[in-house]
Ligand binder design. Structure first.
Ligand SMILES: N[C@@H](CCC[C@H](N)C(=O)O)C(=O)O
Length: 268
């Protein structure tokens, strides 16, 4: 039996989205990893599932290609909000995620703003393995850490030569749940160039939660204003860390194609 899915992306950060609102699908971590595989499966940066909930318009779960589940995914959250808008015509939506309830708004030109909630700056919340100042982690390169519902460390750099260390930094014992590793070059106080090695995925075209984390860390370091444009390989996000401590992320959401797959052909 064939199961439908949608392929969407936010700035090239791409997702396979399965709708489990009518029927639940047997998506085990092994099957998710097989489906997400670029050569042997459909291929994506994250596999996303939608389910029914009483708490919000939809319950959204995000899975990395290694089968691990993430608390947050900014670019996929914009895609899901855009998908709901196309379904029901409502520009406002609410998304229940592992990290919390998010609200989203689709603007005049189809661009999506997601309220990514409040950053968490305490070492236990990132989390780190032991008590440290999250503004200056004890690692070469002096990164800062924050949780946007998932763990992030941001290095402030002049060039991106450290990018190939992303995998070993992700697995550094300092991060008991591993971490997404961002490399930010400040172009001005309102403009940043960012590349991200994503936990469980690798280097992606864009990382929405990584952009939020990088701006929060840049503001905490005194390097940026609270509204900042973040240029990633796949395009630009606008990040605003509001006076209510919530981080708003605005950017595009694009449907690539709709397809079907025989789930039984993948290991469970
Ligand atoms: N693509 C993302 C983040 C996806 C999850 C991340 N790899 C993790 O494990 O935390 C985004 O746009 O935020």
């Amino acid at each position: 039996m064939l199961t439908s899915f949608r392929k969407m992306h936010g700035l090239g950060n791409d997702f396979v989205i399965f709708d489990e609102r009518a029927n639940s699908l047997a998506l085990t971590p092994v099957r998710i990893a097989a489906l997400a595989h670029r050569r042997r499966g459909i291929g994506c940066d994250q596999l996303v599932t939608l389910s029914l909930t009483r708490e919000a318009d939809v319950l959204v779960r995000f899975f990395n290609p290694d089968g691990s589940e993430a608390g947050a995914c900014g670019n996929a959250s914009r895609c899901v909000a855009s998908l709901l808008w196309h379904e029901n015509g409502k520009r406002h939506s609410t998304l229940q995620t592992k990290a919390g309830l998010l609200s989203a708004y689709v603007g005049e030109y189809g661009e999506v703003t997601v309220d990514m909630g409040q950053p968490r700056e305490q070492w236990q919340d990132v989390p780190l393995a032991a008590e440290h100042d999250t503004l200056h982690l004890p690692l070469p390169g002096d990164p800062a850490a924050v949780s946007m519902g998932n763990p992030h460390a941001t290095f402030f750099v002049e060039d991106f030569s450290l990018l190939d260390q992303g995998h070993s930094l992700e697995h550094d014992p300092l991060f008991p749940e591993r971490a997404n590793i961002g490399f930010a070059r400040m172009e001005s106080r309102t403009k940043m160039r960012l590349k991200v090695h994503e936990r469980g995925t690798g280097v992606t075209e864009a990382c929405g939660s990584g952009a939020c984390a990088a701006v929060v860390n840049a503001v905490r370091r005194g390097l940026a204003e609270r509204t900042c444009q973040v240029e990633l390989d796949g395009g630009v996000l606008r990040i605003e860390w509001g006076s209510n401590n919530h981080v708003l992320m605005t950017g595009p959401a694009t449907v690539a194609f709709e397809g079907t797959v025989d789930l039984a052909a993948y290991p469970s």
